[in-house]
Design a protein around this ligand. Sequence first.
Ligand SMILES: [Zn+2]
Ligand SMILES: [Zn+2]
Ligand SMILES: [Zn+2]
Length: 150
Amino acid sequence: MEKEKLLESLKDKLKEKGYKLTVQRKAILDVFLENQSGHLSPEEIYDSVRDKYPDIGLATVYRTLQLLEQLNIIYKLNFDDGCSRYELNTSSEDHQHHHLICVECGTVFEVKLDLLENLELEIEREGEFKIVDHNVKFFGYCKDCQNKSH
Ligand SMILES: [Zn+2]
Ligand SMILES: [Zn+2]
Ligand SMILES: [Zn+2]
């Protein structure tokens, strides 16, 4: 989506819940808007924000990320590599896409393919469990890393 439009809609989302688009919040949202397919760690966000706003502290970044996550504006992702990452919630549906994680360089890719609804139906057909969501991560080697060492 176009950056300006997206920012407007995010601003509305904040307003709806009674929050203002402060300078810090805008600075952090700008980082997400500039990396719309990114999966960013708090440190990466902090580094980008600091270029434009040298006064911002890491604690503020953490606090803002927490708030944006609570408001469902961003998603927190856990890739079992010890650092949490965030991405913009641009989907209108509840279900977020799945991820491919390169075990060599740590790059995260998105998979749009989702054939798991059928699996959910199969599981539910047994009648013991009602599924509301699923979360899948695939680990492997990205193209670059395959060319390097595999
Ligand atoms: Zn890689
Ligand atoms: Zn993602
Ligand atoms: Zn899925």
